[in-house]
Design a protein around this ligand. Structure first.
Ligand SMILES: [Zn+2]
Length: 339
């Protein structure tokens, strides 16, 4: 009986592999293969089948096999593709299956949300109330969105790592204090992290501005900090009577020195850049690349697929408190048959 069971199981396993390979695109080895036979029912170079124990969860399985509980979402996603046997077994892929977010029915897009301030009373279009921001974050949580870092996003567009299907990035521009006092506790409440883009001249300038201390605290909690230049000037506009040479010097300073200051103050290699007003030209882009940034964001609407230009990323500005309009900005998949 036991032998029969194993034969049937082996057959099922082989069938699953065939199905899996059909779904899988651009498989890449994610990590060295270890021998897990003590906990796994079956193991090949590509997959492990783990017999489910009563207290197993996707998180505990991710921790056991990947030493990383953040892989739980991807495990869940991959196991849902199979559907059958999910109560008895976990399928654990040892290779990245959907690099670039490519699936048989389409490809992934990552929306990058752009916020500014979170004051209670202001007429500014750039303001979102604490209540509305909380509702938006709650919406993300309740609808199983995964808030990823820009580093995670970079791994996605560089085909290094798979990210969960419904992934979004949250960014907060300019460095208003409310980004720290209001948004940070709400983000923490939902277990999310954001990327803060600050411009140097504004940091600590008044009570309404974020401080270096705040930024250090955010960084310690795993939030990412990027450059939004020194002065927040439009990098594409020459000043009245400014020579080409002086313009070049000025924008070089905005791009290079802001990075240097952030690097030194926050002990980091600043890799993310936010263009003031979302505006760039070929020269600005060239300088951003040569300064060592890996990503530059605009305010052009839309999600970002695997083939996007990392130096002109789309971002969706969140300009009002309406939850329906917010939901419309969360397009994470482009359906198209790739068969
Ligand atoms: Zn700005």
């Amino acid at each position: 009986m036991k032998i029969m069971y194993h034969k049937i199981f082996k057959l099922k396993f082989l069938m699953l592999i065939v199905v899996y390979l059909f779904y899988g695109c651009i498989a890449k080895e994610a990590r060295p293969v270890h021998n897990y036979m003590d906990t796994a029912a079956y193991q090949s170079e590509d997959y492990i089948i783990h017999e489910k124990q009563t207290d197993d969860t996707y998180e505990s399985i991710a921790r056991l096999y990947f030493k990383n509980k953040n892989k739980a979402e991807i495990l869940k996603q991959e196991n849902e593709i199979f559907g059958s046997n999910k109560n008895k077994f976990f399928i654990i892929p040892l290779k990245e299956q959907h690099l670039g977010g490519i699936y048989k029915d389409g490809y992934q897009g990552v929306p990058i949300l752009c916020y500014h301030k979170f004051d209670e009373k202001t007429d500014s279009k750039l303001n979102i109330s604490a209540k509305a921001f909380d509702a938006q974050m709650k919406y993300l949580k309740n609808h199983n969105f995964n808030v990823i870092s820009l580093k995670g996003f970079l791994n996605f567009i560089e085909y290094k790592k798979q990210i969960p299907k419904k992934s979004v990035v949250i960014t907060i521009d300019d460095g208003f204090k409310s980004g720290f006092n209001v948004a940070f506790p709400i983000l923490s409440k939902y277990g999310f992290k954001a990327v803060y883009f600050v411009y140097i001249n504004y940091i600590g300038i008044s009570k309404r501005a974020i401080t270096w201390q705040d930024l250090k605290k955010l960084k310690k909690r795993g939030y990412e900090i990027g450059s939004h230049t020194i002065s927040h000037d439009d990098l594409t506009e020459k000043l009245d009577g400014e020579s080409s040479e002086n313009y070049d010097k000025r924008i070089k300073k905005e791009i290079f020195i802001s990075k240097k200051i952030l690097d030194e103050k926050l002990y980091q290699d600043t890799q993310f850049f936010s263009l003031p007003y979302g505006k760039s030209n070929p020269e600005v882009t060239k300088l951003i690349k040569s300064a060592g940034y890996k990503i530059s964001v605009t305010v052009k609407r839309g999600s970002n697929p695997f083939y996007c230009d990392p130096f002109h990323l789309n971002r969706n500005m969140i300009l009002d408190n309406n939850l329906k309009k917010f939901a419309d900005k969360l397009q994470t998949f482009n359906y198209i048959s790739l068969k």
